[in-house]
Design a protein around this ligand. Sequence first.
Ligand code: FES
Length: 105
Amino acid sequence: MFTIKAQGFEPFQVEEGTKLALALEKNGVDVSHRCGGQAKCTTCRVAIQGEDPAMGETERLSLEEDGVLGQFRLSCQIRVDRDMELEVLMRASDKGWDPGAELEP
Ligand code: FES
């Protein structure tokens, strides 16, 4: 189990390998995920403090295409493999929209 500390929320525990966006949502953090975790919308963006988890090709290509590589990470493309402290950069409640399409585990 790993501990996730999302700024402004109580820390919570997550099983290794859990999709970060799903872990956030299941623990009351209203992270946006408009495309349902397809690495297309970039609304699930988070700023991770400390060492970033490894980045897969799908996430890299999406961020490069939008010219935002290095600015934030996509929580729908990250599998939890460590304790993390992060900030959710697009919360659904801040934007006034529903979080988005359902996330696959
Ligand atoms: S990029 Fe759309 S939910 Fe992550």
